[in-house]
Ligand binder design. Structure first.
Ligand SMILES: NC(=O)c1ccc[n+]([C@@H]2O[C@H](COP(=O)([O-])OP(=O)(O)OC[C@H]3O[C@@H](n4cnc5c(N)ncnc54)[C@H](OP(=O)(O)O)[C@@H]3O)[C@@H](O)[C@H]2O)c1
Length: 279
């Protein structure tokens, strides 16, 4: 596929998978529109993109805000007149005991990881239609298929993204707008350092380039769904158990990453104090 001059929006382009994906599109001479909050990091990347693709830009803001998400689409169209590829990659992690989560955190995870891709997709579809097609690639997570311990919110945000992707794939048939969803397993990026609670995962973390390759494969071969890494025995086993023997999966996860009694007891004490304080 000839990527020269194609206008490619990549959310979460300041680090990890998004940063590598943006560089890969720029080196194919696509016009990159990189989006994230950390302006200094994004500007550093922009200089690199512009070496191969001088028209590339970055847009700095919080995708958890609907206004900014929609503005990303409006500004891209105002500058370049089109959107060829929209890669939804930005996300926040949430690895925390369920007893410590609050409603504000839940709302923010859903806004960034799920609602933002919905807002930008809805805003982009008319432009892609007018342009006779386009590609929407949603970087989800294997957590959407098998929620890891302490990640119910993150997993739910990604599962919603997968369901939205599947619905879009149906509904956009015949429009020349292709939708893909990529479910990576563990990838070696800074997302692991942003988790609030220690993570018991000690398995192999794969390079972000694996996901970037999957993004290009999804576009070029019109794939709907990819799990990365492919043919991973542990991912396949977890997915199998999730569907056919969920109790065994729960047992295995509890052995690998148990919720210690003192965590529950501590939460209970806080609950009792709260009850006392309320009279
Ligand atoms: N690494 C893994 O093991 C793994 C596994 C499965 C799925 N994934 C998925 O892969 C994608 C990329 O993650 P990564 O591993 O590359 O992590 P990362 O290095 O932490 O990248 C996340 C990106 O999202 C951006 N972002 C987060 N919140 C944002 C917000 N509110 N507004 C705008 N931008 C925001 C971050 O930029 P700023 O902080 O500058 O805003 C950053 O560029 C995510 O969707 C993640 O869920 C990762």
């Amino acid at each position: 596929m000839d990527y020269r001059g194609k206008v490619v929006i990549i959310t979460g382009a300041s680090s990890g998978i998004g940063r590598e994906a943006a560089q890969a599109f720029a080196s194919r001479n696509s016009v990159v529109v990189g989006v994230a909050r950390r302006e200094a990091l994004l500007r550093e990347q922009l200089e690199r993109w512009q070496r191969d693709s001088p028209d590339s830009i970055c847009l700095v803001g919080d995708l958890g805000e609907r206004e900014f998400s929609e503005q990303v689409i409006a500004e891209t169209v105002a500058r370049f007149g089109r959107i060829d590829v929209l890669v939804h990659n930005a996300a926040v992690p949430k690895h925390k005991q369920i007893y410590d989560l609050n409603g504000d955190e839940a709302e923010y995870v859903i806004r960034v990881n799920f609602l933002s891709p919905v807002w930008t997709t809805l805003a982009a579809i008319p432009h892609m239609l007018a342009n006779h097609g386009g590609f929407i690639v949603n970087v989800s997570s294997f957590a959407a298929l098998v929620p890891p311990p302490r990640e119910s919110l993150y997993a739910a945000s990604k599962a919603a993204l997968n369901a939205f992707s599947a619905g879009l794939w149906n509904d956009l048939a015949g429009s020349q707008i292709h939708v893909s969803v990529i479910n990576p397993g563990a990838i070696d990026t800074e997302i692991w350092d942003k988790q609030e609670a220690p993570n018991a995962f000690r398995g192999r973390k794969h390079p972000p380039s694996m996901v970037v390759d999957a993004i290009f494969e999804a576009i070029e071969k019109r794939r709907f769904e990819l799990v990365i890494p492919r043919r991973s025995l542990s991912l396949m086993a977890a997915n199998f158990l999730r569907q056919f023997w969920p109790a065994a999966l729960r047992f295995g996860m509890a052995r690998m990453d148990p919720v210690h009694k003192d965590v529950i007891e501590d939460a209970r004490q806080r609950a009792l104090e709260l009850r006392r304080a309320r009279g």
